[in-house]
Design a protein around this ligand. Structure first.
Ligand code: SF4
Length: 495
């Protein structure tokens, strides 16, 4: 029987990429999406803009379910089907078993009175339900259950005659989190919500301009990072931009951008080699680890060295920060590789009969017994969602006979849902909600000798510039930076 390997980590809905001014736009988009694969592994797609024999702009599209390497396995797709000098692409995560999965794969393309238009979106609109109902009442017919289609309808139904103004008008109606890339017959457009929930950056490679969710996509292409798209900014790259190098930028007169970046991007989601929200993710993860060590140290037992290990790969940098700081405050300690992660597992695996979770964890991780046996072990992890995987991991480590096991988490307990594009399981499944954030009880459930999390204040101390409050932390604190539609159902409005 095939089982899906379930990861007990929050899932981000998407990663986006766009390029203009390159004769190999589809190939670069393919590489870009590959480097953004961590932002969505269920499906992906690329749309290119080409010119036909009569000089008319035409869009080509290819999308499908699976990893980028699977969907674009046939290299003819990139070289023959997806021709053109401009392209946008999208990686998506979908809810397992979604019946509308294929239809919801982005980018979405329409042909309307102003020509072709393709959109790819990372985030989640908090007023999608209201807008969708309004549009349906006005006669709009929806093909998907995605909130991104709402944006397309808003643009296509605009009475204005300038496409950038149409997009601006549509954007003025949507609320929530969005980092968008839009391809028209003569422009590549990028837009970011006024809180800047999700990252979005501009890069340059030779004569082409690139937009990507994370800067790691630029590195793969040897592109240079230009700057981030600012919260509340709309950026236009057209032929004039390609000729002069000047990016056109628009801000809304009536919207004052207030930064509320998703702190989870620093904690877990973005790649450590990316630069987002004005900082290297690697630096922020180290800082989270340092603050964790300062406030929640594990001290030596019986004068033995404390062994610090990470849950690879997302916690590696945090563990490094934790151990460095622990040493600084006088604890004799050593960073060790105590868990080996298999990199050769797919998304499903044959299950011969044991409990799904247990075999899932064993397929993914094994211990290096020699470094754990008889030692005081600190496991540094970025977050605990359901706790089921962590419990199996602790069981696995226990089999290596350590003296004691201490769990240190570089984020606070997750107690609330995210309305801005990160997918957590339902409230009842969250371990912190189940145990009413009683950390001792959660520790007992996990089977550890001690468990400690960062508090919200400690987390913000690690990631914020002094005196600023630039982050959304609603999934930990319940303080949503925007009004949210509490009747929102993710199974209806999945991206
Ligand atoms: S609620 Fe949590 S995951 Fe969602 S945007 Fe805010 S910090 Fe990020």
């Amino acid at each position: 029987m095939d089982i899906k390997l379930i990861s007990d980590k929050p899932k981000c809905f998407c990663g986006v990429f766009g390029i203009a001014g390159s004769p190999t736009a589809s190939l670069e988009t393919y590489y870009g999406l590959h480097s953004l694969q961590h932002r969505g592994q269920e499906a992906c797609g690329i749309v290119t803009r080409d010119v036909n024999e009569s000089g008319k702009s035409v869009f080509h599209i290819h999308k499908g379910e699976g990893l980028v390497s699977e969907v674009f396995e046939d290299s003819n797709i990139l070289s023959n089907t997806l021709k053109g000098f401009a392209a946008i692409g999208h990686n998506r995560y979908s809810t397992t078993g979604s019946s509308n999965s294929r239809k919801n794969i982005q980018p979405f393309v329409v042909n309307y009175r102003m020509g072709n238009l393709a959109v790819a979106h990372n985030g989640n609109l908090t007023n999608a339900k209201i807008l969708r109902t309004e549009l349906i009442n006005e006669g709009a017919i929806f093909q998907t259950t995605s909130d991104t289609e709402v944006i397309l309808h808003l643009i296509a139904r605009s009475r204005l005659n300038d496409q950038v103004e149409q997009i601006q008008e549509a954007i003025s109606k949507i609320e929530g989190a969005y980092s968008l890339v839009i391809l028209t017959d003569d422009k590549l457009i990028a837009a970011r919500d006024s809180h800047g929930f999700r990252p979005l950056s501009i890069g340059r490679h030779n004569d082409s301009f690139i937009i990507a969710s994370e800067t790691c996509a630029f590195d793969l292409l040897s592109a240079e990072f230009v700057r981030e798209v600012e919260p509340g900014e709309l950026v236009v790259i057209d032929n004039e931009t390609l000729e002069t190098g000047k990016i056109k930028s628009f801000f809304f007169d009536d919207i004052v951008p207030v930064k509320k970046h998703c702190v989870f991007e620093y904690i877990y989601f973005s790649r450590p080699d990316s630069f987002i929200f004005g900082h290297n993710v690697d630096k922020m993860r180290r800082r989270l680890g340092k603050v964790l060590a300062r406030n929640h140290p594990v001290l030596n037992e019986n004068d033995e060295k404390v062994i610090v290990i990470s849950v690879p790969d997302s916690s590696n940098t945090t563990a490094l920060g934790y151990q460095t700081e622990l040493e600084k405050i006088g604890v004799d300690c050593k960073l060790e590789i105590g868990l080996i992660r298999s990199h050769y597992i797919g998304r499903t695996f044959i299950q011969p009969g044991q409990g799904k979770r247990e075999i899932g964890v064993r397929i993914k991780f094994n211990t290096v017994k020699g470094v754990l046996e008889g030692r005081t072990v600190v496991i540094v992890d970025d977050s605990i969602v359901r706790g089921t995987t962590s419990k199996q991991l602790v069981k696995l480590i226990r089999e290596a006979n350590p003296l004691s096991i201490h769990f240190r988490i570089s984020s606070p307990p997750i107690t609330h849902p995210c309305y801005y594009g990160m997918d957590f399981p339902s409230k009842d499944e969250l371990i912190a909600y189940k145990y009413q954030s009683d950390i001792k009880e959660i520790g007992k459930y996990l089977g550890v000798d001690s468990l400690e999390y960062l508090t919200t204040e400690e987390m913000l101390e690690a990631v914020s510039e002094a005196g600023t409050d630039n982050f959304c932390h609603a999934c930990f604190s319940g303080k949503y930076p925007t009004p949210v539609d509490l009747s929102f159902k993710k199974e209806i409005y999945e991206v």
